[in-house]
Design a protein around this ligand. Structure first.
Ligand code: SF4
Length: 237
């Protein structure tokens, strides 16, 4: 969803966003979207991924599939304790299990099945509105489904992307993930979202780390507010 930016600021921010996109492509390569997975699988996997790492949420998802097969109806109607046991590695299982059941109930009632492939033909805003209307599904989860299943026009913001956006100066230091999502969606065209999302996460893991940013070897130095401010202070001192 586009956000309103003052015209004087818009040109500079667009230039910075374009620089970040192009520079990370040069540095890490340009990841290509090669087709997405099943949207309901992605939705449930993303619900499981809240507040845990990929390894734990992946184990929980695999155990859910091993326990119930490909049968989402079996998950929806299972005793909650059985779902809790299957998804235990993901943590917060007492919240995630009922959220999964409530989501499956809504989808079954509204779609008549567990098929969300109709989202592929919706405008991204409409798909986002539907997904965020589901119990416990926020903008980040919905955007992940839209981007990773359909290469759609939604830009999910995780903790790496939030941190880099704030440091580089795409957003203010206090901007929320939703605000940062709107900024990137305003500044760059949708075809950049998939490679940019992947590369920003690589950048956050390898170079712009939370506690120890590797500014000396960072290709984004020239455009980074955090880097320039840190150097101004060290010159003054
Ligand atoms: S220069 Fe430093 S703070 Fe800026 S993006 Fe690179 S690593 Fe992060």
């Amino acid at each position: 969803m586009p956000v309103s930016i003052h015209p004087e600021e818009l040109g500079a921010l667009r230039g910075k966003a374009g620089f970040v996109f192009a520079t990370l492509n040069d540095h890490f390569g340009t990841p290509a979207f090669t087709g997405g997975g099943d949207p309901l699988d992605e939705l449930i996997a993303t619900i499981l991924s809240a507040n845990t790492n990929d390894t734990n949420s992946g184990r929980a998802f695999d155990q859910l599939k091993t326990t119930f097969g490909e049968d989402w109806d079996a998950v929806r109607t299972a005793p909650l304790a059985a779902i809790v046991e299957a998804i235990r590695p993901a943590g917060m299982y007492n919240q995630k299990a009922p959220a999964i059941v409530a989501t499956l109930e809504r989808i079954k009632t509204e779609q008549g099945s567990y098929d969300l492939s109709n989202l592929a033909t919706m405008p991204a805003d409409a798909a986002l509105a539907y997904l965020t209307s589901l119990p416990g599904v926020g903008h980040k989860t919905a955007s992940i489904v839209i981007l990773f299943c359909f290469n759609g026009a939604a830009f999910p913001v995780d903790t790496h992307i939030q941190r880099i956006s704030q440091r580089v100066g795409i957003s203010s230091r206090r901007a929320s993930p939703d605000k940062i999502k709107q900024l990137w969606e305003t500044l760059l065209p949708p075809e950049t979202f998939y490679p940019l999302h992947i590369n920003l996460i690589q950048h956050g893991r390898q170079i712009c780390r939370a506690l120890t940013p590797q500014c000396d070897r960072c290709p984004l130095q020239a455009a980074c507010d955090y880097f320039h401010q840190a150097n101004e202070w060290s010159v003054e001192v």
